[in-house]
Write a protein that binds this ligand. Structure first.
Ligand SMILES: [Zn+2]
Ligand SMILES: [Zn+2]
Length: 326
């Protein structure tokens, strides 16, 4: 079964040579499926050992990565797999840690598509050059395919991963001399998503005893600072722009009714962590980008959001009496 599949794969791709003029002409010659000896396809498609095929795409491993559980996959296949299968626990880190862009292959823990154990993967340079030597033609073909097929992937609805840091900084300040003899906590709560272009707004819900417990931030920094006596749990709901939705069981309807448009994250204020300076949690979350979203729908949704935002602002300052729209 395997040799047939391989031949079919290789021939299929050779029938659609990508028009990439920057590639060496000798690759194009291979793709033309003609040769001097008359014994065509078999001669053009190298026989690839089963061990050198990617278990996901069933083609010659391209930019192979090696998982901690000992399996090999294409870098692209692993990244795609990891971002769609990822479970997102929150990791507590130092509040001063620089939010770094993460690598979807080496930084993401995902269940291995082969053995289902939690694993990460590293580029396997040795394997990569060994494969290049062993299958020069198939290697070139894969190189060519991967450079030409990237733009077409953008047409389908896609899953993207974003990192969100949520946490607080903290400073203990002495109580004013004639106030109650208790120290005060000067805290700064923040939500830092690795991408802000897809975020509509962030709603911050404080303890109901605060005078203004519901704060809406429409642009970064999504943060607030307060002075208080004790800690409590803050809920920050991250609302995505029209056309995007959270891939999460916990996602809720956005205020404007978009399904899975809002993701509530909870953070309990930390006054003790890292020597009392606070801490933050790092979570990796999945977002679905629905490219099918019509332009008109998007504009309508934007107008509707703007209207609701205005109504909310009016409600907040008492200029507007909410009417039951039902
Ligand atoms: Zn693959
Ligand atoms: Zn594995």
């Amino acid at each position: 079964m395997a040799p047939q599949t391989r031949t079919r794969q290789a021939r299929k791709s050779s029938q659609h040579p990508p028009n990439n003029s920057s590639r060496p002409s000798r690759v194009v010659k291979i793709d033309q499926s003609e040769d001097q000896n008359g014994n065509e396809p078999e001669d053009l498609t190298e026989d690839i050992d089963d061990d050198d095929l990617c278990p996901i795409c069933q083609m010659l491993l391209h930019e192979p990565v090696l998982t901690t559980c000992g399996h090999s996959l294409c870098n692209f296949c692993m990244a795609t797999w990891a971002s769609t299968s990822l479970a997102a626990p929150m990791t507590i880190v130092d509040v001063d840690e620089e939010p770094v862009p993460f690598d979807p292959v080496s930084d993401l823990e995902a269940r291995c598509p082969m053995c289902r154990t939690l694993t990460t993967a590293k580029p396997d340079e040795q394997r990569s050059s060994a494969l290049e030597t062993k299958y020069p033609r198939a290697h070139l073909q894969r190189l060519q395919e991967s450079s030409s097929s990237q733009p077409s992937k953008a047409t389908a609805s896609s899953i993207q991963t974003i990192t969100v840091h949520i946490g607080n900084r903290h400073r203990l300040v002495p109580a004013p001399p004639n106030g109650p003899s208790q120290n005060q906590h000067d805290w700064h709560f923040f939500v830092q998503p690795s991408r802000t272009d897809i975020i509509e707004e962030v709603h911050i819900h404080l303890h109901p005893t605060f005078r203004q417990p519901h704060i809406v931030r429409t642009r970064p920094p999504y943060a607030i600072s307060r002075l208080g006596w004790g800690f409590f749990t803050i809920t920050a709901s991250i609302i995505l722009k029209a056309g995007y939705s959270w891939v999460s069981e916990e996602a809720e309807e956005a205020p404007d009714g978009a399904a899975k448009g809002a993701l509530p994250l909870e953070w309990t204020l930390d006054f003790d962590g890292f020597g009392g300076k606070g801490s933050m949690g790092r979570c990796r979350l999945k977002v679905r980008n629905d490219k099918e979203w019509g332009r008109t729908d998007r504009e309508q949704a934007r107008d509707e959001r703007a209207r609701r935002r205005m109504v909310r602002a009016y409600e907040d300052d008492g200029r507007y009496e909410p009417v039951d729209e039902e």
